[in-house]
Write a protein that binds this ligand. Structure first.
Ligand code: ATP
Ligand code: MG
Length: 383
């Protein structure tokens, strides 16, 4: 969390110590748009070690000249003026060079609307014609768009993110450069791409961004997502990210290996996708086996695809009313079964347990210790 008031304290303290400092980037943009501020970034000619002498700090990105400043329980990212060096692989600047002037610092930034500066007395300094673009609601790179996307192709997705967040138009030259340079996204780490996509889906104007992703052809550069993006672009309400990914991977019939999902997430998308393809109803045993979240996701996907009704309430109710939600809820434990039957532990235990789960779930057997004991003894008679 950061506040404008706190940021101004930081600016003033830096100034008192003989340095220049400005609020920069998203905070200035959002302040002028009267939108709520996220984090506040500060740019200064003080070097990280000099900033650390003035404030309580944490070295967040020393390589890039960034320290986090703590002020009144709030945090501010303070970065030394820099010019970015040659980009080695479009992923990380090979080196950062501190620069002398704030003008150089803003010129390395991505879009004109993100290149505005603000002083402690609310004065706006504009070296990049950002104010004009902000007024006209235009997303335009600072400098030649081909060069800027060539340096860092992630900026392509950032353009769509700002479109989704702000509802602005992407300037024609910037858009043409996106179409031309989109192949460069192949060089960008998938984690970074994934994060931008999540941000795009959270925006108020996500529909516009999806439309631009399609018209520029950038959606084809996102493994396994192009059919999903085309599909949701036709929808009235854009789904949340999990439902979108599940839908996209269902249409794609697989979860491409390039995506850096955790095992848990990959499992979620794969299983919910399979469930969607296999079921349009979710019976008690399916609910028990796959759990509420996956069944809801699968139903949501089928609903979006027009294959079934929205059964959210029914699925939630049915799940709530399951006699047991895990085999740990069975009133007869594996150890009890072994003791009761006097048989050696073996595969039969798991088999019997599964059988009892199915009977209990389908309400043919009550989940009571005596009832389960009687069932177990009966089943194991003569085995
Ligand atoms: P948000 O509201 O999402 O935080 P933001 O504009 O603050 O928007 P950040 O990702 O927080 O965006 O980045 C802060 C600033 O750093 C940007 O406003 C921009 O000036 C600069 N920046 C960030 N990423 C890049 C990039 N890939 N290339 C050039 N400049 C960038
Ligand atoms: Mg920010």
């Amino acid at each position: 969390m950061s506040t404008l008031k706190g940021a101004k304290w930081v600016l003033n303290d830096l100034k008192k110590n003989g340095y220049e400092a400005f609020i920069v980037g998203g905070a200035v943009r959002d302040y002028l748009l009267k939108e709520p501020l996220n984090d506040i970034d500060i740019t200064t000619n003080a070097k990280p070690h000099q900033v650390s002498k003035i404030f309580k700090t944490k070295p967040t990105g020393l390589k890039y000249g960034t320290v986090t400043v703590f002020m009144n329980n709030e945090t501010y990212e303070v970065t030394t003026y820099r010019i970015d060096g040659e980009y080695s692989d479009s992923r990380h600047p090979e080196y950062v060079t501190f620069s002398e002037t704030v003008e150089e610092d803003v010129k390395r930034r991505d879009f004109t609307i993100n290149g505005l500066l603000m002083t402690a007395s609310n004065e706006i300094i504009d070296y990049v014609d950002g104010k004009e673009d902000l007024k006209n609601k235009i997303i335009r790179t600072i400098g030649n768009p081909i060069d800027r996307f060539n340096e860092d192709a992630l900026r392509i997705l950032r353009a769509f993110y700002f479109q989704s967040k702000l509802g602005f138009q992407i300037d024609k030259d910037t858009r043409d450069a996106i179409s031309q340079m989109k192949y460069k996204l192949k060089d960008i780490a998938m984690e970074r791409i994934f994060n931008e996509i999540i941000k795009i889906f959270k925006g108020k104007y996500v529909k516009r961004a999806l439309h631009s992703l399609i018209t520029t052809g950038v959606h084809h550069e996102l493994p396994g997502l192009s059919k999903g993006i085309e599909f949701v672009n036709q929808m009235e309400d854009i789904p949340f990210i999990d439902a979108f990914f599940t839908l996209a991977f269902t249409l794609n019939q697989s979860v491409p290996k390039e995506w850096p999902f955790s095992n848990k997430h990959r499992h979620k998308y794969e299983t919910a996708s399979k469930l969607a393809l296999a079921h349009d109803q979710f019976d008690a045993y399916t609910l028990y086996t796959y759990g509420l979240e996956l069944c809801l996701l699968a139903n949501k996907v089928n609903y979006m695809l027009g294959k079934s009704k929205n059964q959210k309430n029914k699925i939630e109710n049915d799940f709530e009313n399951l006699p047991i939600q895990s085999d740990l809820d069975l009133k007869l434990r594996a150890t009890d079964m072994i003791k009761l039957t006097g048989k050696k532990a073996g595969a039969w235990v798991k088999q019997l347990q599964t059988e009892m789960v199915i009977e209990v779930i389908n309400r043919r057997l009550e989940n009571k210790k005596e009832t389960l004991e009687a069932y177990a003894l009966e089943r194991m008679k003569g085995v």
